[in-house]
Design a binder for this molecule. Sequence first.
Ligand SMILES: Cc1cc2nc3c(=O)[nH]c(=O)nc-3n(C[C@H](O)[C@H](O)[C@H](O)COP(=O)(O)OP(=O)(O)OC[C@H]3O[C@@H](n4cnc5c(N)ncnc54)[C@H](O)[C@@H]3O)c2cc1C
Length: 424
Amino acid sequence: MTINRRDFVKVLGASAAVGAAGIPFIAHAGKKARVVVVGGGYAGATCAKYLTIYEPDIDVTLIEQNQKFYSCPLSNEVLAGERKLDTLRFGYDGLRNRGINVVYDKVTDVDPAAKKVKTGGGKSFGYDYLVVGPGISFVPGAIEGYDEAAAEKMPHAWKAGPQTALLRKQVEGMKNGGVVMISAPPNPFRCPPGPYERAAQIAHYLKHHKPKSKVIIMDAKDRFSKQGLFTEGYNMFYKDMIEWRSAADDGSVVGVDAANGVLMTEFDEHTPDVANIIPPQRAGEIAVNAGLTDDSGWCPVNQRNFESTLHKSVYVIGDACIAGKMPKSGYAANSQGKVAAADIASRANGMKMPEPSYVNTCYSLITPEHGISVAMVYELKDGKIVGVKGSGGLSPMGADPAVREAEAVYARSWYHNITADIFG
Ligand SMILES: Cc1cc2nc3c(=O)[nH]c(=O)nc-3n(C[C@H](O)[C@H](O)[C@H](O)COP(=O)(O)OP(=O)(O)OC[C@H]3O[C@@H](n4cnc5c(N)ncnc54)[C@H](O)[C@@H]3O)c2cc1C
């Protein structure tokens, strides 16, 4: 199916991610543009889907290493025993039904000069545009002794799936009076409010099943996202159950002895009953190996369209990219996927993408009925993504319980809507 330029402009203009329209001729007349998307998560799957909406006359191949995707958003509810892991699981039939060529394989090599990617399964795919949305990887050696084997004893559960199930099993198996220690990473990292929501969710379970227990957050930072709202919630529901140790208070975990269950800080050692280590992070491995990262470990991009500043015709979206003031969140990744798709569809039509706008909201659940949030609309100013003044903000402090209850409802409704938007 082909759409004419007027229809294309209409479709693009209807998207929440873009505004007014652009100009000139059809660049790929007679030849379909080929787009390869690496990674079928919040960013990559969105981009693949929206490419087929903005420009049905593009060949889209999505290469994802797992046949099922597990959502990190709402995975902390699994740790609380409030949600089953399989409610976080998604397949790719919806995208396949849209005409996307979904390939289950791991991309092992990117050759930007030859415009080709190779997979572990021995396949090779040529592209006109490559979109890389691999999420995060953990900085090797950043926490001494913490590697894949250690993660089987001290789970990170920062990529949802078996790690989430393992951490839940450990919390469930812990004695009443035990200590769960969560090691929170330095900035920037995936989901800034995530470790603090996790502390609340685990405390919620412990309060009702093992009330003599404690959760201690060991932090590599001296401040954290939505700190006032979290502290208010902790005091309200988990007084004396959750303790936060800042970096200045020797909270930063620098090493582990996984075999003996020990966490090391600069001046001390701790032996909790359950250790959840969330290590320092950088862009997903394939982005690092493909030379898409800078010294920060993240991928610099043109923040207008997410094209890499290091390799032409390669886009990096989601947690892996440096996106100005946008946090590393699923909603941000979804928004970026749409902008990148709009840019590629525009280029394939020989047009300039309309001025983009971007959006994010992050909900956190302190109890199943007590939600808080931070929201923002973003715009491009002097080449950088910045928040639009007055467009968002935090939930109010000291709000009525009905407000918190409504936010908990919005959190679950957000999850339902965004996953339908991505995988449906
Ligand atoms: C506990 C927790 C709670 C969270 N809660 C929220 C929330 O409430 N709201 C929110 O907005 N965000 C939340 N987030 C953040 C959100 O999960 C991430 O920001 C989001 O998943 C980023 O999307 P992404 O596409 O960049 O990465 P991902 O969603 O992780 O997708 C990356 C995909 O790429 C694949 N991949 C990687 N490398 C390769 C390769 N070489 N070949 C093939 N495939 C590959 C992976 O298998 C994966 O499927 C939370 C995160 C955590 C950990």
